[in-house]
Design a protein around this ligand. Sequence first.
Ligand code: SF4
Length: 284
Amino acid sequence: KDFRNNVKPNWCPGCGDFSIQAAIQRAAASCGLEPDQLAVISGIGCSGRISGYIHAYGMHSIHGRALPIAQGVKLANRDLTVIASGGDGDGFAIGMGHTIHAIRRNINITYIVMDNQIYGLTKGQTSPRSAEGFVTKSTPEGSIESTLSPLELALSAGATFVAQSFSSDIKQLTALIEAGIKHEGFSIINVFSPCVTFNKVNTYEWFKDHIVNLDSFPEYDSSNRISAMTKLMETDGLVTGLIYQDNSRKSYENQISGFQDTPLAHQELQLTREQFDNLVAEFK
Ligand code: SF4
């Protein structure tokens, strides 16, 4: 199973997004998937290009809207493994409404956020994940807004799988994506992915000095939501590993009656060709 294609990524050399692409490809192969069993739906931003770099179904969609489209794909064909991806601006600013509601819906999608704490594609503006005081072109005197804590929000919204990793730790990242794919329900994996061109503060070295890796704490209980929230708050959100998993809830699509049998995409069309063409014409 090879999820590589011939498209050469045009990310800057050293960008953290390369490792995330490789980790998705490795995790999909480890799960035994074939390329026609996987759909990767991305938003807009440097990170949004990722759907074009993976040999699978894919869509480079709309800013902040990767999740509605990914949910549509999953509901149309529940047999597909669906990965949504995008940056922190994409998912936690314009797309935050979708993120929260996809989490509480618990639809079976793996959402990978490529978090570089800045807007890279538009050449370096403050994002919701930028630290207070962060100086960019849009905040020349330093950001005066507080930093968003997306995983604390995810836990509050009823998330059933919450993880975080670092693009330098491809072994952990691959294992977490594999676990997220296998999880029945919505999995959110936030990945620290340094922007080497525009973010000169949150560098690879900075993360190595600040990250607390749960893999070094075998006694940590990832089934305890209070521990998960506490760990996030104690570490100022800089904890990596599987932070929380709840296997007790069924996924959204597994609770819709009649939905389990045949995916919509495989059902017979209950229209004549003429009726179908007329319907399509109405939406043109
Ligand atoms: Fe990566 Fe930043 Fe370059 Fe975008 S601008 S490709 S995020 S290093």
